[in-house]
Design a protein around this ligand. Sequence first.
Ligand code: PXL
Length: 283
Amino acid sequence: MKKVAAIHDLSGYGRASLTVVIPVLSCMGYQVCPLPTAVLSAHSEFAGFRSLDLTGFMSEAIAHWKSLGLSFDAIYSGYLASERQMEVVEGFFRDFGNERNFIVVDPVLGDHGALYPGMTAGMVAGMRRLCARAGVITPNLTEAALLLGRDPRADIPAGEAARWCEELCATGPERVIITSAPGVNGRDATLARDGKEGRTWRVTCEHVPASYPGTGDAFASAITGCLLNGDTLPEAIDRAVYFVHAGIKATFGHAGHPLDGIDQERVLHYLNAPLPCYSYELI
Ligand code: PXL
């Protein structure tokens, strides 16, 4: 059984982080080993959320894992609750990263042109350092702009995000995947650059006029599972987009509260279904 160290928070309400990461990767047949970064009453887009920072506990848990001699096939980090945590996670990458596994960093910082509540400039800098040590990073368009020091509120033309993938690759990660980028004809694009191969891929899908927190976690978890499965980079983004889009459509059809996230429970089986067709393109 392949094992994934999952460094994310546990949000009690509103599907995000570990409540998304664990079901997606378990459903794909991987053992998830959570290293919780914080416990929240609900994800941070709910006003008045309460958060318990677990930075001190993380160091103790890591020391215990080292004493157990654990190893992982993938290391996958997401929402971190403090600048100090970024250093702890950097240490984790140094201690547990090796030539037989890979590191995925989902640089959870913000969306729709703004930082999430509680995120600071120092945390953006810390996330940049973590991304430099990762094999794969999965920023949304806002996070890509923040990592590159650009204005996250600026509208960008279709095509610009592909250049951002190249720029982000030059900062360290071998593979850069940018989600929620503008595509042509009003479609949404997901772009993936393999820096070693020097190729950039694109998958587009219909734009759905709704926004659900946690879709980035569903996407990055599916990417991690697909790469563990041996998918190529374009196959992985194709499958992850297919799954997340199914989740969005399953949710968009009813009048539930968008902050509850996507109805993943109704679409988890898509993760193990054959793709109806490939839609990736080389750009
Ligand atoms: O989906 C990313 C995420 C993870 N964890 C927490 C969040 C968010 C996004 O809002 O608030 C606590």
